[in-house]
Structures are given as structure tokens and as C-alpha cells.
Ligand binder design. Structure first.
Ligand code: UD1
Length: 428
């Protein structure tokens, strides 16, 4: 049973969990690396690519533009992208609407072809997400933009390197700018750059293509533009958000698990917070060991740009706090209005009050299973994880959102001994 539009995940109370799961490559890196292939004609090889719906969408977008992206070895996560000399530099509405990350083709298209057309992304379940910083940064390199009929059209004779100070360390704006700068003439310095591990992965990918990039992973990235780039063979960084999902699962259900491939150095702040809650996480070399001794203790958490606690961990943390001992306050500093899953958790018996960008979570002894709806990828995963600590049956509908970002959440949790399976909505 797969994850079509009517997919429902059924979860029963579970635990203690035991065994080993392996994390896939990071969605938020793989999509950008696929976009970056546009920068150089030829055959690129990406390894450790997650088999998720968003990767299929990015492959479709590359296909519309004239490239060919496909699995060389799907089971092993090996994807190839053949990039031609000439392309149609356009991201159409239906794809940008389906996957907002489509806008990261803007920088590479402008850099390589001097033109790009990208549909204006609409709102999504995180609220309005503007791209003004992306456009302003590219304008500083000499691009010009016009918007008509819902399409942003960008042009640039030749991008020129300069110093760009981002007013906020936006992940997407940093990526678009970095991918544009590698083929610009001269030196670009990106100040107040986003520092996420996925940015460092993109920089390593670009360096493999022959780009000259230094400082990625810090707040200042320096790029010396080059005339031409070549195809690359690169393995995607492990998905820290997927890894966090299994840590949250063992926190909810108890037990001791190993998360293969997860990188402790990419999750330091989260591991520290989880430690404060009583979940023991040890760096096991190429992976993490996690042990939940019993009921966790509530803590306060604030989301921040990396190296702070990522906003993408937040639904998982709210789920953990909902059954922890005490009251925890979760503060969202990255996105406004990213609390759509909270009413769903409340339907499961959680005691949560939202005030502005704070969620005040008073832990209860146990949740109670209920039909709930996944509003987006991470919140959907958090509802599944919450179901592990809920009496009776939890049915998470709209589970196709989960498949946008997780290769096999259900199979992996089941392998740890959780009572989780797909059911069809007819049965629900
Ligand atoms: C990426 C991740 C997302 C993660 C987020 C923050 C992908 C596909 N998505 O999203 O999962 O939650 O980083 O870690 O990688 N902003 C503006 N103007 C802009 C750009 C951003 O106001 O031009 C605002 C956003 O509305 C938001 C904040 O800046 O409030 C952070 O956004 P950003 O870091 O750009 O996140 P994304 O790249 O969209």
C-alpha cells in the first residue's frame, strides 16, 4: 500500500522500540543539488538521494526544462541528471505550486542562460512565504526582474560579483545567490549567509563542479566566479530532520534504537535539548544511539536559523512535550503561523495553548488516538509519532504529505517495532 492522495497511516500505541533504522539523504539538500546541475552540461551523478515525491517533482521540473533526470539505481538512491547545452529556462506554475522549492532554479538559470521565468509561489500551510530576499540578492549581482501574469521573469547579460548582505540568513536566498555567484564575473561575498548543513553540502557539490567557494557553513561565503563548470558525482548529506523523527519516536514510545548515518555534528543543539528532556543520544560514529529511560521532562525551546534548533523539528518537539512531565513553551522565530497541526494534537488529548508565536504545552500522561489530518510533511510525521503514545488507534489522513519528504517512514517505524501501517481511506 503506497501513499496516494487518499493515503491514511494507522498508528497504534507502541513501544518500547528497538533496532536500527537508516536515514536517507536530505530532501532539503537533494532538491537544491538537482537544481544546481543546470549550471553545467553533461551527466551528473547524485548518490544517497531519497526516494520521495519531491525528488520526482524536481525531476519533472528538470525534464520540462529539457534535462533528463532519472534513477540509475533506485534502490541504492543513485540518480543521474543529463543536462543539455540548450534549455527552456522556465519553472511552470503547476510545479512551483506543488513544490515551493522549485524557485531555487532561478539562480542557476540566470547564471547559465541569462534568463529565467519562474511562477510566483503562492501561500502554503506555513503562511505567506515571500521571495523578496532572493530577488534583491540576485539584483545586486545585476539581474533585473519583471512580474506579469503571475510569472517572474529575470534577465542578466552577465552577472557581476559583489558583496551582498542578507537582511536575514534565508536558506533559499543563500542557495539561489550561491548558485548564481559561481558563474558570475569576479568575487561575490555573501554576508549573513544561512549556515545550514545543506548549504555546506551545496557548496561541496559546486566545488566538485569546479566552482571556487569558501566559507560555506559559516556566515560569510566567498565565491570566485568561473567561466564554466563540469558535471559532478556527489553523495547527498544525511537528512537530519528524518533522523530527528526517529529520535522523537523513541522519546514517545520508549526503548533504545540506533539511527544509522545520522550526523551528531549536524544536530548538536537538538541533541542537547533532547538530553535536557531526558532522552539520551550518543554519537555512535556513523550514526546515533538513542535511549529513552522513561517519561521525558518538559523544557522550553526556541526555533532559530542554524545552528539553532530548526523550525522543521518543531512539530516533533511539540509532540514530545505533549506527553512530557511539566509545562514547556515552544517559540517559533523562523516562520509565522506554523502551528496548523496543533488543533490535531489537541484532538488527541494534548493540552496546548497557542499565543502568538508561542505554544504552551502542558504534558498529559497519555494521548488518545483519533482521526487527524497531516497539514504538511513534518507535521504529518509528528502526528504519526504522537500516535505511538496514544491509547487506541490514530488515523493520519492526507498522508501523501509525509511521502513528499520521507522515503519510508511507516516501514522504518514498523522495523523498530512500532504498530504503524498504511491503510486506505475506505477503511478509515
Ligand atoms: C528552507 C527549508 C525549510 C526550512 C527553512 C528554515 C527547503 C526546501 N526548505 O525553507 O524546510 O523550514 O529552510 O530552515 O530547504 N523569507 C522572506 N523573504 C525571502 C525568503 C525568506 O521573508 O525572500 C522569510 C520566510 O518567510 C521565513 C524566513 O525568512 O519566515 C526563513 O525562510 P528561509 O530560510 O528562506 O526558508 P526556505 O528556504 O523557504
Amino acid at each position: 500500500m503506497g501513499a496516494g492522495d487518499d493515503a491514511v497511516i494507522r498508528v497504534g500505541r507502541s513501544g518500547p522500540l528497538e533496532g536500527t533504522v537508516a536515514v536517507a539523504g536530505a530532501k532539503n539538500s537533494a532538491l537544491k543539488l538537482m537544481a544546481a546541475t543546470v549550471l553545467a552540461p553533461g551527466r551528473h551523478v547524485l548518490r544517497n538521494v531519497p526516494r520521495i515525491a519531491d525528488v520526482d517533482t524536481m525531476a519533472e521540473l528538470l525534464g520540462r526544462m529539457g534535462a533528463t533526470a532519472g534513477w540509475e539505481d533506485e534502490a541504492a538512491g543513485v540518480l543521474t541528471v543529463d543536462v543539455p547545452e540548450a534549455m527552456d529556462p522556465e519553472a511552470p506554475y503547476e510545479l512551483v505550486e506543488r513544490m515551493r522549492a522549485s524557485i531555487v532554479v532561478l539562480g542557476p538559470l540566470l547564471a547559465r542562460f541569462g534568463e529565467a521565468r519562474v511562477s510566483v509561489p503562492g501561500g502554503d500551510d506555513f503562511g505567506h512565504r515571500p521571495i523578496d530576499m532572493h530577488l534583491r540578492a540576485l539584483e545586486e549581482l545585476g539581474a533585473t526582474f519583471t512580474t506579469s501574469h503571475g510569472v517572474i521573469e529575470g534577465r542578466a547579460e552577465r552577472l557581476l560579483g559583489t558583496r551582498v548582505l542578507l537582511e536575514y540568513p534565508s536558506v533559499g536566498a543563500t542557495e539561489n545567490l550561491l548558485m548564481a555567484a559561481v558563474l558570475a564575473k569576479g568575487t561575490t561575498v555573501i554576508d549573513n549567509a544561512a549556515r545550514e548543513p545543506e548549504i555546506a553540502d551545496l557548496a561541496a557539490f559546486l566545488a566538485g563542479m569546479g566552482a571556487e567557494v569558501s566559507g560555506a557553513g559559516s556566515a560569510t561565503i566567498t565565491v570566485e566566479g568561473v567561466e564554466r563548470l563540469r558535471p559532478v558525482d556527489h553523495a547527498v548529506v544525511p537528512d537530519r530532520i528524518e533522523a530527528a523523527t526517529y529520535l522523537a519516536a523513541v522519546g514517545m514510545a520508549g526503548g533504545a534504537i540506533r539511527v544509522d548515518g545520522a550526523r551528531a555534528d549536524h544536530m548538536e543543539m537538538l541533541i542537547e535539548k533532547l538530553g535536557d528532556m531526558g532522552l539520551r543520544v550518543d554519537d555512535g560514529g556513523d550514526g546515533l544511539w538513542a535511549t529513552a529511560p522513561g517519561r521525558l521532562t518538559a523544557v522550553d525551546v526556541s526555533t532559530l536559523p542554524y545552528p539553532g534548533v530548526a523550525t522543521d523539528y518543531k512539530p516533533l518537539l511539540v509532540a514530545l512535550l505533549s506527553v512530557a512531565d511539566g509545562v514547556g513553551i515552544l517559540t517559533e522565530n523562523v516562520f509565522a503561523g506554523r502551528f496548523r497541526y496543533i488543533p490535531e494534537l489537541v484532538r488527541m488529548g494534548a493540552d496546548i495553548r497557542v499565543e502568538g508565536h508561542h505554544a504552551v504545552v502542558r504534558g498529559v500522561e497519555a494521548l488518545s488516538g483519533a482521526p487527524v489530518r497531516a497539514p504538511d510533511i513534518r507535521a504529518g510525521a509528528a502526528l504519526v509519532v504522537a500516535g505511538l503514545a496514544a491509547d487506541g488507534e490514530t488515523l493520519v489522513s492526507d498522508a501523501h504529505h509525509v511521502a513528499r519528504g520521507y522515503q519510508d517512514l511507516v516501514g522504518n517505524l514498523a522495523a523498530l517495532g512500532a504498530d504503524v501501517a498504511y491503510s486506505s481511506s475506505d477503511e478509515a
